[in-house]
Ligand binder design. Structure first.
Ligand SMILES: NC(=O)c1ccc[n+]([C@@H]2O[C@H](COP(=O)([O-])OP(=O)(O)OC[C@H]3O[C@@H](n4cnc5c(N)ncnc54)[C@H](O)[C@@H]3O)[C@@H](O)[C@H]2O)c1
Length: 372
């Protein structure tokens, strides 16, 4: 096949803006076509980017498309992904991998049978933020990891998203929407999860779209909007995770890792390159120089890693199997809440290789650890 990998995007809504801006920065990727249920929108994006606008069927069957970048809403992820695989395309999909782990697993089995790559968001964890935090943890400076604490909270995505209904339907909610960032980072740090316990609830606060042409439209809510979880990793580390669409303000730290000798303040794993801080015993916090991850990058780096992995004949990092494990954990947390029981996790996954400090074009920086 050879590089660059020719990419067709299906679903050119809000998040596609970030991918469209970033794709040209990766030498291993070339955008060739876009498609959307909204043909007008697809045409507009195609014109802006000098590529072809196709129907979804045409893009899936297009001989010039090597990989489908699936940026549709969660409810369409498995259907579009499966159709693209059947047409012989590699796939990289936005998160969550799907709504149902069983259906998502069948899609990944198909990819493996067909010898095709399947990758999934989040690829934010390949930025310098989470990768430097992982290297800091592995350096032993905070001793042996004991536990981690995650607290992501906001009033709700209807504040800024012009079409936020999917966040309040199955596949959405704070856990399936924001959980993938935090849980994927936790698996990078501590390995797979074996057991979970969860509690989920919601208020009856009415929600309406707050921006865009449909501002004022009520949003039906069919999922829980405040979720707390306890996770036990196979390594023995325990993670506590709270995610919320119910919180107007909070002072809770977003993400901390506690070791026998100190604490790592992990930057937001929904971002790529915020600084990592560490405090050893009762010393002051200090910023850790970047030591791993892709510098100044953005969404698309996971697909670029697939292109390189094909060339180098190695596993890619933002893998479908990692996303499946995370989806199973999230599904189990919600089941645990419903069933009032601890739930065992069936799937497992290898931790991806750490990404050495590098630029989007693959070069090692002249001055490792230098920040702008
Ligand atoms: N908006 C964000 O900030 C953000 C951030 C990270 C990840 N994501 C993820 O990206 C995905 C898309 O989110 P978004 O905010 O861009 O949503 P969006 O609603 O703005 O865009 C989705 C687009 O996909 C199209 N679409 C839906 N179903 C389709 C189908 N079956 N075939 C073809 N096109 C279809 C829609 O017409 C729309 O243009 C979601 O999985 C979301 O979790 C969004």
């Amino acid at each position: 096949m050879g590089l660059p990998l020719r990419v067709g995007i299906i679903g050119v809504g809000k998040i596609s803006e970030q991918y469209l801006a970033n794709l040209p920065t990766f030498p291993g990727l070339r955008l060739v076509a876009v498609a959307d249920l909204n043909r007008e929108r697809a045409q507009q994006v195609a014109d802006e980017n000098g590529v072809r606008a196709l129907s979804v069927d045409e893009l899936i069957d297009d001989p010039e498309v090597d990989a489908v970048l699936n940026l549709t809403i969660p409810a369409a992820h498995v259907e579009i992904g499966t159709r693209a695989l059947k047409a012989g395309k590699h796939v990289f999909a936005e998160k969550p991998l799907g709504l149902d782990p069983v259906e998502a697993e069948a899609m990944l089995d198909l990819a493996e049978e067909l010898g095709l790559r399947f990758g999934s968001a989040p690829d934010t964890v390949l930025g310098t933020g989470v990768q430097t935090a992982r290297r800091t943890l592995e350096s032993g400076i905070v001793g042996e990891p004991i536990a981690a604490s995650v607290h992501w909270a906001a009033p709700g995505h209807e504040r800024w998203h012009p079409a936020p209904e999917f966040y309040y339907q199955p596949g959405g909610g704070p856990l399936l929407d924001m959980g993938p960032y935090y849980l994927t980072a936790l698996v990078h740090f501590f390995g797979p999860v074996v057991r979970v316990s969860g509690l989920a609830t919601r208020s009856d606060r009415p929600r309406t779209i707050e921006s865009g042409p449909r501002a004022g439209t009520p949003i039906p809510v069919s999922i829980d909007t405040y979720v707390s979880a306890l996770l036990e990793h196979a390594s023995g580390v325990t993670s506590t995770v709270t995610v919320s669409f119910e919180t107007w303000r909070t002072r809770a730290p977003k993400f901390e890792v506690f070791g026998t000798e100190g604490t790592i303040a992990v930057p937001d794993p929904n971002m790529f390159s915020d600084p990592v801080e560490v405090a050893v015993r009762d010393e002051e916090w200090r910023v850790v120089p970047d030591s791993a991850g892709c510098i100044d990058t953005g969404r698309g780096v996971g697909l670029a890693d697939i292109a390189d992995a094909i060339e180098e004949d190695r596993p890619h990092r933002a893998s479908g199997r990692l996303a499946l494990h995370v989806l199973e954990v999230m599904d189990a947390v919600l089941r645990s809440s419903d069933e009032k029981a601890v739930v065992e996790i069936r799937s497992t996954v290898e931790r991806p290789e750490i990404l050495p400090l590098r630029t989007t074009t693959g070069e090692e920086p002249a001055l490792a650890g230098a920040r702008d």
